[in-house]
Design a protein around this ligand. Sequence first.
Ligand code: SF4
Length: 750
Amino acid sequence: AMPPKLGMTYHKTICQFCSVGCSLWAEVENGVWTGQEPAFESPINQGTHCAKGAAMREIAIGDRRLKYPMKKVAGEWTRISWDQAISELGEKLLGIREEFGPDSVYWLGSAKYSNEQSYIFRKFAAFWGTNNVDHQARICHSTTVAGVANTYGYGAMTNTFNDIRNAKSILIIGGNPAEAHPVSMLHVLAGKENGGKMIVVDPRFTRTAAHADEYVRIRPGADIGFMLGLVREIFAQGWEDKDYINARVWGMDQIRDEVQKWTLEEVERVSGIPAEQTARVARMLAENRPGTLIWCMGLTQSTVGSSKTRAASILQLVLGNIGKSGGGANIFRGHDNVQGATDMGVSCDSLPAYYGLDEGAWKHWCRVWDVDYDWMVSRFASKDLMQAEGMPLSRYMDAILEAKENLDQPNPVKAMMFWGHAANSITRGPEQREALDKVDVLCVIDPHPTQVAIMSNKQDNVYLLPASSTAEIHGTVTNSSRSLQWRDKVFDPLFEAKSDYEITYLLAEAFGFADEMFKHIEVQNKEPVAEDMLREINKGTWSIGYTGQSPERLKLHMQHQDKFDSITLKGMSEPVLGDYYCLPWPTWGNPEDKHPGTPILYDTTMPVAKGGLPFRARWGVEHDGENLLAEGSFPADSEIKDGYPEGTLGMLDALGWSDELTAKERLMIISIGADRFKHDMFNMTEDEAQIAMDQLTLAALQQQSGGSDNINESWGGADGDTLNSDQQMVAEHFSSYPANALTAIKAYLA
Ligand code: SF4
């Protein structure tokens, strides 16, 4: 920790610029932030900063801050009071809600929020009655989530920044960490110094590429062809990790067939990468395992982004690199809390902790919020809309403009709330401008005046409200490698800025649901208390293990990171330099259980039948090639699901269950591997879990057997003689079910 200086106070905060999560000590004198030092005891940044982090103080206290609320009247910006702003917004938005329904207001949140703000923002949208809520993740790594979650289970970076130094090979594709995530290069270069082979694939020779052992210049858009070419070459040479694949990867035979067209020559034709270089890279990856695969927005921001991330995920399975120290799919997120905001459900298709929008998910959160489920339904225009995905951020302008073209159809979006989101991160500026001109109310809430406020030609009803910066609130942030860190407030909000917490409360008050929404969260001077919000998050997030992270625990860890220095984990060749103590989720159990966090997702030391996680390697038919840039691409998830019914569930059944697992644990494994959390399983009693488990296993069986009751017949042919050992296990497993349970389950499924 910083040595104390007389008259100063010190506050530990986290850099707000990128997702690495570097911590720093802020020096404060008489309430003014006067200096800063990177935290030497931080296992992540180890006393370093990049140029962006070094400017934290300057940006927070800079002269470009928005100083007071403003409103555009007849084309002129005028200063107004907060009271006027909140009361006018309350009246106008409620009027719009009354006339056009709750979906007519679009709530655009932010990856710069703390976890607590992200959480109450999603809750706020639910209380308002809409799923028209989203944030920056939609346009950066949502395609990563689609590829990774469907292959491994979680849509997150699998290992930690520190663990990259254990990698024997480091393949970076579509990322330039030396400039975008500079402190992460500390770990990448340490990995290289430890003997790891560094391969950088990029159309441009970047600062990152300058460090590479092998620089691969690729034609933009040809990533899938290259990665599948690597897969083909690895199979052709017999370098795949056969034991690993046999033990836990489902669907690899199909992959082997489908990559056959990606010969080295075909890869060269599509990508421009010489055949001998692709072969050389494949050999480097095979000879240097475990290896890490790092990607960023160069892979994701594409019309076929989810297929690219899926190809990358599969490449790591072929090499047996997932679930191991030094391996992993290490996806560098963008903003400082894009992982946390996604975890907290600031998105149109999920509730906090990746609960979907189905009835079970809503009931789960209603229980946590202590509100009546029917009341919650009544907040929405209909129960159907409550359970339907809202509009993604990338579509809001189309919705407005298409409605304009069709006069019979009312404009679905009447008010846009840009709350911590600048329009310059969204493409198609002219269409955005046109769309923003069409709405009745446009409101920007931000520490700085952003492009949204000035790009619109609207003459009236545009509000610009000053929010505090991240340095002016307490709360937690989750870095790209899932580590939660407590960020201390450094100074009070500047000028007339208010914290997002307070603004949320004031709007909820204006809309009449503040008491209901904050009934279990302490509110001081209209500002909900961060610690209490985190405690409520702890209550409902069993699915991703935010449950073990109390405010007290996180504060203690932040203050004493240096007390938890190097430890070596099972399966890790190098100590992890305290990263274990940044508490990466999942931290299962309650805070008092002191779960240390999970630096490496997916325990591959445990057999699947004992609860170790299985993976799914799958994709669908090839792209028809109409689009040259997309050549070698595969369709989006929605188009391919049906072609591949075998999923985690089927594989788990095929391998048999361990008797040591409780029904609840089995459900947890399934839910992690399944697409979404469709059941409020984590609040179930053991009996309820057992019933649900029975239902799921039977459903899996029916899916695989084509509905036949005769298991032996459907699995092994007419006489049942051709069952392999896995199928035999399934047959035995199911034949042990009591007849009445089967009858009950069939009745449920009918
Ligand atoms: Fe901030 Fe990222 Fe630089 Fe660290 S690497 S100082 S988190 S911008």
